[in-house]
Design a protein around this ligand. Structure first.
Ligand code: BDR
Ligand code: CA
Length: 313
C-alpha cells in the first residue's frame, strides 16, 4: 500500500527534484499535500515554485499550501546565492495555472494528522522546520500521531554549509528544529554527511538529461544551475544533492546506512547557532531521538532517480 506523506518544502532546485521523485512514484506514495515554508527564498516564491513543479510533473490533483512566512524567533535567512533570485533558476518553467489551497499549511498538517489513524502519516521535510514546530505548538496531540519525520537537515562530520558550524535548514530556524528534535516523534535525518556523497557529476546530469522527457531536461537544467555555487566552493566533480535523499530513503532504505543516536541543536551561541550536536559515539545518555544517515550509495541513488524521472511527462 502507498505510504501517506506530507512534503514540507522550500523549492529550491534540490527540493524540486525531491518533489518530482515522490510524484513519479504513486504506487509508493500517497502525497496528501505539499506545504511551502520560508527558506531558500520567500514563502510566496517557494509556494509559487511548488505549484510550478506540481504542474511540471503532471500531477495537478496534488494540493499545495502555504505555511509560515518567517522562522519562530529569528529573521529569515535566504539562499539566493545558491538557488538564484527565483529559488528555481535554470529551466524556463511556465507560470503555473494551479492555485494554492486557501487553508494555512500549518492547519492542513494538523487537520490531516488528526483525520488519519495514528502512525500512518509520514512528514517529509526539505526545508526549515518552522511549519512542523508551529503545528506541534498549536496542537501537541499530533506528536503521537506522526509515523515518522524524514528530514533533510543537520550535519556532524561535515559540520556546516551556511555557517562554519551549521547546515542551512537547521540554521534558518534553530528553535523550530529544537521543538521537533525534542518532540518524541521518530526522526530520520539526512544530514550533509550523507548528501555530500550524492554528487551531481557531469555523467550523472548527462544521464538525467538523456531520459529525454520535459521533466528530466528541466531537472538537468536546474541542477546544472544550482551546482555552480558548490562546485566553486568545494572544488569537487559534482555538487551535493540534498533533499531527494529524503524521498529516496523512503523508496529504497537499503541505499543508506545510519545509526540511532541523540541529536541536539544549538540555540544559544551566535557563533555555533543551529549546529546539530550529534552524539555519534554514544558519549552521553541522552535519548536516541534520530536515525542519523551517515552514508549512501550514490550510483544506486542516481539509478533510482533516472528510472523514476522516466515515468514523468
Ligand atoms: C538544504 O538547504 C537548502 O538550500 C537546500 O534546499 C537543502 O534543503 C541543504 O543545506
Ligand atoms: Ca530545501
Amino acid at each position: 500500500m502507498a505510504r501517506k506523506i506530507i512534503i514540507d518544502t522550500d523549492p529550491g532546485q534540490d527540493d524540486a527534484v525531491a518533489l518530482l521523485l515522490a510524484l513519479a512514484s504513486p504506487e509508493d506514495f500517497d502525497v496528501l499535500g505539499i506545504v511551502a515554508v520560508a527558506g531558500n527564498v520567500s514563502l510566496a516564491q517557494n509556494a509559487h515554485n511548488a505549484l510550478k513543479i506540481v504542474e511540471l510533473s503532471g500531477r495537478t490533483e496534488i494540493a499545495v499550501y502555504a505555511g509560515c512566512e518567517r522562522p519562530l524567533r529569528r529573521h529569515l535567512v535566504t539562499a539566493e546565492h545558491v538557488h538564484g533570485d527565483t529559488g528555481l533558476n535554470g529551466p524556463g518553467l511556465p507560470e503555473p495555472k494551479l492555485a494554492l489551497r486557501p487553508q494555512h499549511g500549518v492547519d492542513f498538517i494538523i487537520e490531516t494528522l488528526l483525520a488519519h489513524e495514528p502512525g500512518t502519516v509520514t512528514l517529509c521535510t526539505l526545508g526549515p522546520l518552522t511549519n512542523i514546530a508551529m503545528a506541534l505548538i498549536k496542537a501537541p496531540a499530533i506528536a503521537s500521531r506522526v509515523a515518522q519525520i524524514v528530514m533533510m537537515g543537520g550535519a556532524y562530520f561535515e559540520v556546516g554549509n551556511i555557517t562554519p558550524a551549521a547546515e542551512f535548514n537547521i540554521y534558518v530556524d534553530p528553535e523550530a528544529a529544537d521543538v521537533v528534535l525534542r518532540s518524541g516523534i521518530p526522526i530520520v535525518m539526512a544530514p550533509l554527511d550523507l548528501t555530500h556523497m550524492i554528487l551531481t557529476t557531469y555523467e550523472r546530469l548527462e544521464a538525467i538529461d538523456a531520459v529525454g522527457n520535459r521533466t528530466s531536461r528541466a531537472v538537468a537544467q536546474m541542477l546544472a544551475f544550482s551546482e555552480r555555487f558548490d562546485l566553486m566552493k568545494y572544488g569537487t566533480k559534482g555538487a551535493p544533492l540534498h533533499d531527494p535523499c529524503v524521498i529516496a530513503y523512503l523508496l529504497q532504505p537499503d541505499l543508506f546506512e545510519g545509526r540511532h543516536i541523540n541529536v541536539t541543536v544549538e540555540t544559544a551561541s551566535e557563533l555555533t547557532m543551529g549546529m546539530t550536536v550529534a552524539d555519534y559515539w554514544g558519549i552521553t545518555d541522552r535519548p536516541k531521538n534520530v536515525l542519523f544517515l551517515r552514508s549512501g550509495n550514490a550510483d544506486g541513488f542516481y539509478d533510482l532517480l533516472v528510472e523514476r524521472l522516466a515515468r514523468l511527462p
